[in-house]
Design a protein around this ligand. Structure first.
Ligand SMILES: NC(=O)c1ccc[n+]([C@@H]2O[C@H](COP(=O)([O-])OP(=O)(O)OC[C@H]3O[C@@H](n4cnc5c(N)ncnc54)[C@H](OP(=O)(O)O)[C@@H]3O)[C@@H](O)[C@H]2O)c1
Length: 426
């Protein structure tokens, strides 16, 4: 039995519960524990009265009085407080970001205490550094450290797995096209994600290098390389005006999953290229202009301070300290459209290549409600329940894994479907 599976006072603690996203995660867990009986949970952060307010609000929203839920005080700057928190629980759901600044001490404390750690980061450099530094120790401690358990990158990672599951034959490559849909009130994200994005820009180059180092070519190189797309191209294939390369963590996460499942399960790795759909030339121009200004400023410390000071001005109101309104959240949704290519036949040995060109296509879709504050809590809490209930179906008895590596054999997809996401073959 791993240390994370021994009896502890709590099964799960939500750290960073007072954050914009943390509040929604608390509400999601308050909902889910009504069905998943016997889950002992608590919330944690550095301010007791703010944490009490979180519980009051969650009780009102969910219609279930959770105000008696335990509160733990812990601060990232206080190592002892982190360790004490981690020793009380089998699992931490970490909502304290940017992870580049606050993530590592929490991972370290979890590994030391032998507690599982799930987070919603989308920062490849943080994620891959944790893999390099803590994978062996986490495996020894018998705990799972799983990042990107939110909109980054569960829909994309599990979407690729779903597509290969429903493709009869060998899948060679997938192009994935993301659309974010908003209602009449428009869409918006909270400042926490904006701040994370600002501080990711100066490290983009390191991230590329890191990506190469971890996801190097230790999978058999494909006989037929996927079509290389330019930075900007017409999206006729998926009925959209324009498409650009998706800059988030999804590509590196999916590649790590593909490599891991090749090593562990002898599955043939699938090439993966994600893009974002842009609905019109007007929006393309606006987005290009804003992104250029944002990237230029984010490369300098003065520019970063300016961006942090005026989020609404630099993003035309898309990011703010108030975050999205209830109406904006209710009116938003996302959809990943996967277009796969492969072979009719299957060759059991993944190291053996097909001679002919891919000749069979498949289209699938993963969609769900608003990505940041509805889908992310759904994904994080569903992933948490899966670790608690189905650890015996997970690989290696611990370690730093991607969602697709950790949950390949579990029922996570069913849990997500039950909570409102959809995986479908088109
Ligand atoms: N994967 C996704 O799709 C997705 C979606 C949403 C968010 N996120 C990520 O989640 C993270 C949080 O975003 P957010 O918008 O919720 O941010 P936020 O509202 O600013 O919340 C930050 C949280 O961190 C806590 N915190 C800050 N410093 C701390 C410290 N020293 N010790 C303990 N707690 C500390 C804050 O506590 P106080 O209340 O005490 O200040 C607060 O609870 C970001 O990295 C964001 O990118 C990812």
């Amino acid at each position: 039995m791993s240390s994370a599976d021994v009896q502890r006072e709590f099964d799960v603690v939500i750290f960073g519960a007072t954050g914009f996203t943390g509040q929604f995660v608390v509400e999601e867990i308050a909902r889910v524990v009504q069905k998943e009986h016997g889950i002992k949970w608590a919330i944690a952060g550095r301010n007791k009265s703010k944490l009490e307010t979180v519980l009051k609000q969650a009780s009102e929203v969910v219609g279930n009085d959770v105000t008696g839920t335990s509160i733990i005080i812990a601060d990232v700057a206080d190592e002892e407080s982190l360790l004490s928190m981690c020793r009380l629980t089998r699992m931490i759901l970490n909502c304290v970001g940017p992870y580049r600044f606050f993530g590592e001490p929490v991972v370290k404390a979890c590994v030391e205490a032998g507690s599982h750690h799930l987070d919603i980061s989308g920062e490849p450099q943080f994620i891959e550094t944790m893999q390099l530094k803590y994978h062996d120790a986490a495996q020894k401690a018998g705990c799972y450290i799983i990042s990107t358990c939110g909109f980054d990158s569960i829909p994309a990672d599990l979407g690729v797995i779903f597509t290969r599951d429903v493709f009869k034959g060998d899948l060679n490559s997938i192009e994935a096209y993301l659309s974010i849909n908003t209602g009449p009130e428009g869409g918006s994200w909270n400042y926490g994600t904006y701040q994370t994005a600002i501080h990711s820009v100066p490290h983009t180059r390191d991230e590329l290098l890191f990506g190469k180092k971890l996801v190097s070519y230790e999978v058999p190189p494909p006989a037929h390389k996927a079509t290389k797309r330019p930075q900007l191209f017409r999206g006729e294939r998926v009925g959209s005006d324009w498409c650009v390369h998706f800059q988030g963590a999804d590509r590196s996460v999916v590649q790590r999953t593909q490599r891991f499942n090749y090593e562990q399960l002898k599955e043939r790795p699938v090439q993966f290229n994600p893009f974002v759909r842009i609905s019109s030339t007007f929006w393309l121009v606006i987005i290009a202009l804003m992104t250029t200004i944002f990237s230029l400023l984010a490369n300098f410390s003065f520019g970063r301070s300016l961006l942090e000071k005026y989020p609404k001005i630099f993003t035309l109101g898309y990011f703010s300290h108030e975050g999205p309104t209830k109406k904006q959240i209710e009116g938003s949704s996302f959809s990943w459209h996967f277009v796969g290519e492969g072979y009719e036949t299957k060759i059991a040995d993944p190291d053996q290549q097909h001679d002919d060109k891919p000749s069979k296509m498949i289209e699938t879709r993963v969609c769900g409600p608003e990505p940041g504050y509805v889908t992310t809590p759904i994904c994080l809490v569903a992933a948490a329940m899966t670790v608690l209930k189905e650890a015996e179906k997970m690989p290696l008895d611990g370690g730093v894994l991607t969602p697709g590596g950790a949950f390949r054999k579990t029922s996570l997809r069913d849990r997500l479907t039950e909570a409102g996401m959809k995986f479908e073959k088109l």
